[in-house]
Design a protein around this ligand. Structure first.
Ligand SMILES: Cc1cc2nc3c(=O)[nH]c(=O)nc-3n(C[C@H](O)[C@H](O)[C@H](O)COP(=O)(O)OP(=O)(O)OC[C@H]3O[C@@H](n4cnc5c(N)ncnc54)[C@H](O)[C@@H]3O)c2cc1C
Length: 514
């Protein structure tokens, strides 16, 4: 396999002062939660937004603040989409089926949390007391870090005695240094250099032995995704996506609920969108409820449906060839979470583990412990298994009861106390979720170059937004960029006119933007 072109040495060797690491979103976008979208005198528009995940909610929220008239059509009877806090536990207990943590650098996400007064606290990632269970052996993460030679992998001479993070940091040093020097522009260069490579190919190019690739796959939880595009991961490293994580106290759904409470009148629940129909002057969105078929017409529409779902929705006229290809081909990763409620938090009592992750070579792959210990509550919820890729699909193939039974037996190999302490369990497999049909977009090698323009491009009066349209796949931050992605529906193709005062809005038909 060819080595990718290396980064421009002139850039790396530049003597100029390295810029500060910039935030992953431009400052104009970052101001949105506090200041709203820029105020432009214009005729208020009726915008039909499809999907009440965080992308749809933030779009409606910002359009409303700008004086427009948004309406969200959401198929389910709840808002939030892949932000999904499960509360089917003892009173007060909850667990996250979807998003659970926010990196400190995800400033846009944190700004909206601040705007709504949500309380945040640290989400523990690394914990030396959490465990590693490989080939039946149980070590603490602290032991694995200080004595890496105890791990059962056949490493090459130059890899022995080194931890997987040391190996990975060395493999990605060049990319990180480039970012330190040239900031966001590094992303373009990284894409150009590495878009066509999978994680496995990248590691091989960096001289990893098969044993080191296996070590990396197990410890980073990416063993089932080694064939995914490496740029997804390089971007996360550049964006420091796993540094200093936060969680929302009370559950991640507090964020989407906060949007909803400000938008109630503009949300139609139980409305499954089945077709878009565009004309010269507007777009009609057809939807089905238990009571029949209905439609809503707007000046524009913003579609936040994952492409895994959008394929089933009709469009008249048909989406462009490029959009149809992107809808068909964009790769979606699988993820399954299995969650237990236990009578006591035995992991805290027996092993002193508060927060962090246990890694295993068992089908459950990893356990995630709650980051906070509540002295008033003896029970706890444990993320007994969090899987991606084909690991997740294997759990999905089981019925929900079997998932719990199997996961219990596997967790018991690490924490035998679980058999005594288990009370109830639940699970969520995102590929079988009818309204997600996948956990998150995850490029295959080459897909960013091939598909990204078509993924984002508006089709006439329909704009596209959401996690899959941003390059921050699998993060709330990407979805929160939605009002900007849908920017054209706010000011394209019109003569500016003074905004109408509230209560005097009228429906207007604007010239087609193209
Ligand atoms: C397992 C998992 C773990 C994650 N962990 C994190 C994390 O720790 N931190 C983080 O920042 N992000 C995380 N994410 C990613 C984050 O949850 C998503 O990026 C984000 O919630 C996606 O929001 P969205 O609005 O773009 O899409 P969605 O939330 O999918 O919203 C789409 C909406 O459209 C609705 N819909 C579907 N079909 C129709 C239809 N026909 N008609 C009308 N409505 C329809 C759906 O019901 C849904 O409400 C995780 C995701 C998963 C699945």
């Amino acid at each position: 396999m060819n080595q990718p072109e290396t980064v421009n040495p002139e850039v790396l060797n530049s003597t100029e002062e390295p810029p500060l690491i910039s935030s992953p979103v431009p400052s104009a976008v970052l101001k949105t939660p506090l200041e709203g979208l820029e105020s432009i005198p214009q005729i208020p528009k009726r915008v039909i937004i499809v999907g009440a995940g965080v992308a749809g909610l933030v779009t409606a929220f910002e359009l409303l603040r700008q004086g427009h008239d948004p309406l969200i059509l959401e198929a389910q009877h709840r808002v939030g989409g892949r932000i999904y806090t499960l509360r089917s536990f003892a009173p007060g207990l909850y667990a996250e089926a979807g998003a659970m943590r926010i990196p400190r650098v995800h400033d846009l996400t944190l700004e909206y949390c601040r705007l709504f007064g949500l309380e945040l606290r640290p989400f523990v990632m690394g914990n030396p007391k959490s465990l590693l269970h490989l080939e039946g052996q149980r070590l603490t993460m602290g032991e694995a870090d200080s004595e890496p030679e105890r791990l059962p992998f056949e490493l090459a001479e130059h890899e022995r005695g080194r931890t997987y993070t040391e190996l990975w940091d060395e493999a990605t040093r060049e990319v990180r240094e480039l970012y330190q020097r040239i900031g966001e522009a590094a992303l373009q260069q990284v894409i150009a250099d590495y878009d066509k490579y999978s994680i496995r190919e990248f590691l091989k190019m960096r001289g990893f032995s098969e044993g080191a690739i296996e070590l990396y796959g197990i410890m980073s939880f990416r063993e089932a995704n080694l064939n995914a595009a490496v740029i997804e991961q390089l971007r996360e490293i550049i964006g420091r996506a796993f540094d200093d994580m936060q969680e929302v106290v009370g559950g991640m759904d507090r964020l989407t609920d906060a949007f909803y409470h400000r938008l109630k009148r503009h949300v139609r629940l139980g409305a499954r969108v089945i077709a878009f129909e565009q004309g010269e002057d507007g777009v009609t969105v057809h939807y089905a409820t238990k009571a029949g078929r209905f439609s809503e017409t707007g000046d524009y529409a913003v579609c936040t449906l994952p492409f895994s779902v959008l394929g089933d929705v009709d469009a008249t006229p048909e989406w462009s060839h490029g959009k149809r290809k992107a809808i068909r081909e964009l790769n979606y990763n699988a993820s399954t979470k299995i969650l237990f409620q236990t009578r006591t938090r035995f992991w805290e009592v027996q092993d002193g583990i508060i927060g962090g992750t246990t890694a295993t070579d068992l089908p459950i792959r990893r356990l995630v412990y709650p980051s906070h210990s509540d002295p008033e509550e003896s029970r706890g919820t444990l993320l007994a298994s969090y899987t991606w890729g084909q690991d997740a699909l294997r759990w999905e193939a089981m019925d929900p009861e079997t998932r719990i039974e199997e996961a219990l037996q596997q967790v018991a190999k690490i924490h035998p106390e679980v058999l005594e302490e288990f009370e109830v369990g639940t699970s969520h497999a995102w590929y079988e979720d009818h309204y997600a049909r996948g956990a998150f977009a995850l490029f295959e090698p080459g897909q960013e170059t091939l598909l990204q323009d078509d993924i984002q491009r508006p089709e006439g009066r329909v704009y596209f937004a959401g996690e899959h349209c941003s390059l921050w796949h699998a993060w709330i931050q990407g979805s929160l960029e939605a009002p900007r992605s849908a920017g054209g529906c706010r000011h394209e193709g019109e003569r500016p006119v003074p905004a109408l005062p509230r209560g005097r809005r009228r429906r207007v038909h604007l010239r087609h933007p193209r």
